[in-house]
Design a protein around this ligand. Sequence first.
Ligand code: AMP
Ligand code: MN
Ligand code: MN
Ligand code: MN
Length: 319
Amino acid sequence: MLLIGLTAEHLAMLDAWYFAMIPALSQDSTALTNYSHIDLHSHSNVSDGLLTPAELVQHAAAHGLKVLALTDHDDVAGLDEARQAADACGLQLINGVEISVTWRRRTLHIVGLGIDPEYPPLVEGLRQIRAGRRTRAEGMAASLQKAGIEGSLEGAYRYARKGIISRTHFARFLIEQGYASEMRKVFKRYLVKGKPGYFEHHWASLEDALSWIINSGGTAVIAHPGRYDMGRPSMLELMEEFRALGGKAIEVVTGSHTEAQYQEFARLAKMFGLQASQGSDYHGQGLSYMEMGRLPSLPAGCVPVWQNWPALAAAQEQN
Ligand code: AMP
Ligand code: MN
Ligand code: MN
Ligand code: MN
């Protein structure tokens, strides 16, 4: 679908013609009505969160959650520990991952839910992304050094410990060294495009990420679509390409969307016959966009991605 160069009026007409052809999803009458105990996006210190996988699960349970997906960036190494902790406190854990993707020179995050963490192409794909993260970290450190900031590679790795290395770890090092007072500022000054610590990197393709997730038995979800800096034509093309590749859902309610974006993405989900997901994107105190257990309801008309999931039926019975 080529949408570049079309006016708003053309787009409105396309909305009417094109989207009428996409079959509407049917809503299962047994779907849960109270969803606040479901959180399908969170991070442990295997990626850039602060809590260990077990601490994260305990934190979730203490905040009233019954269903939690652990979705570390490009790594599934925390799932075993999280599952043990979840079993011990009666919480349903969904095996998840958040895969870094490059699509048309932009970085996107694709969440996989209900994946098989041992599926070999997924394991190998994630291993390659993590190797790429190490090379990128060296590039970021060299670039920061040119700007007069020494020791950032070692400094960032001190926060990363055994898991992936990410911009969040560089951010924590830069704050520690007094270059900025808080996360938002350190990203804005040092770690985004055009700033000294930004290093262009090529992640997995959308096609590969979706094939790893889907062929491992999982459901692919576009994470926080409101965070991508793209106009409406690109967003529509992304949704269409994602759907054509077998993608099933988009995050509608997430810690980094505004209320207006809940409505906007609920509408887009409906137009493309995609289900809706929700998650806090919790990273830990001071790092997260939202505390756990505080997600508002999905807007009316959304079909929850967890509709018909057996794990959810069990959680509902316990309510
Ligand atoms: P990376 O995948 O290494 O590029 O790091 C991306 C991570 O940095 C995201 O998952 C967020 O946790 C964090 N992040 C990105 N932008 C910001 C921001 N403006 N403020 C705070 N954290 C951010
Ligand atoms: Mn993160
Ligand atoms: Mn993300
Ligand atoms: Mn995330």
